[in-house]
Design a protein. Sequence first.
Length: 336
Amino acid sequence: MRLLFCLLALFLLGSCDSENKQPDTSRVDITLKIDRFEKELFELDSSRFPRALDSLLGRYPGFSRDFMIDILGASPLWNGDSASLYLQGFIQAYRPIYDSSKLIFKDEGFFEKELLTPLKIFKLHFPDYKLPERIITYIGPLDGYGDVLTENAYLIGIHQHLGKNFSLYSQTWLNDTYPVYITERFEPATISVNCMKNLILDLYPDSSMEQKLMVQMVEQGKRLYLLSLMLPEKKEHLLIGYSEKQIQDCYQFEKNIWNLFIQNNFLQTLDVNIIKNYIGEAPKTQELGESAPGNIGSFAGWQIVKKFMKMNPDLSPKELMAMDCEEIFEKAKYKP
């Protein structure tokens, strides 16, 4: 079956996006400090670079080691002169990326607008969770790390949020690490999506990976549902990593997607070679046609959870995440 766009798309576009309403967070108080590390780094005084660099790294005691060793790949055995020369070379090479980023992320207001409300919603639902109080933006290797939750801060790699049409994202050497279907998500709008995904994963580590396909589908559906609660104004295709056309087609052919699992008796399988075709990152789902997105099992699991929650609207996010996936599947009686 090929997934084709049709006249129903206009209707589907309105029906498939999140129906969640933004809760009142006016009484939720959180601390959010935004530090633009990349701005400080790329604007260091070149005439006194080693001393200026030492001063900068001293202002980021928890992050500086992560940046130098884990992100840039510098050796912890290097002396100060070696590290300084290495960073000067990095700054020179990545200056065009920094210049491009300044056009998109002009000030801290963008990050506050993108993250403050989702973090408040997260705190509203999970008041005992310790949210990161410091946001650090940085620029690193394009084929390296992006957005990362650390013990002390939330790191935003803005080099992976310059817009899907950014020229360097189409380079072969980068696509060896991040294929085009991944770099198409390198948008400013996915900063909050990645942040909430990381927080959800930290709060609820995924223990379903050795379970049967149906359990993994529902588990991923629970996470996507929770993500939609944290980001009620984000369109669904951004939450799951599809294009707008792909999410429209998935709703148009939702029955065919479900039949793929039912007719092949896949729901109870423990075969990792089968499961990996439907859960996790992939450019497409071969059986559904060249244009069908990957991770289609998570899409189906999301619909199962949404149906279950429509039947149980008073269930809290905590209660949902604590529920057994098989119980959710049985009670939802999902059949598109």
